[in-house]
Design a protein around this ligand. Structure first.
Ligand code: HEC
Length: 101
């Protein structure tokens, strides 16, 4: 491999790895998967009968979601939904909603 090619390949490898590791929008994008039911940025539509997630205490939010995931908290749909995320992703999601005002 010629030197310029090697340099280009290394640059690509570094960029690809970095994007996955530090996507600044990752928490927002994960939280957006909750928007259909809980409202944009966790701000539930008035009268929708849905708890607002925005501005909730992070630890309380995380505890509820973990209980959905483990199955100890009764739910119609949240148990299945919570199981679709890793603990690290749920942590990011809870942080994002807790930071919304
Ligand atoms: C398909 C609709 C739907 C989606 C999508 C959804 N939820 Fe829910 N969520 C519900 C429903 C319905 C409840 C009430 C519990 C139940 O019946 O499952 C609920 C309850 C909750 C509660 C408990 C609220 C409280 O204070 O009692 C939390 C926390 C929660 N959801 C977080 C999330 C998060 C985080 C996401 C995204 C990862 C999400 N939900 C995605 C429908 C949804």
């Amino acid at each position: 491999m010629k030197l310029p090619h090697l340099v280009a390949a290394l640059c690509l490898a570094v960029t690809a790895g970095g994007v996955a590791a530090q996507d600044p929008n990752l928490a927002r994008n994960l939280a957006a998967t909750c928007a259909n039911c809980h409202g944009t940025d966790g701000k539930a539509a008035a009268g929708a009968g849905m708890e607002a997630l925005a501005g909730a205490d992070k630890e309380k939010l995380l505890q509820k979601i973990r209980e959905f995931k483990s199955g100890v908290r009764p739910a119609t749909i949240m148990q299945q939904i919570a199981k679709g995320y890793t603990d690290a992703q749920l942590e990011l999601i809870a942080s994002y909603f807790a930071a919304q005002r």
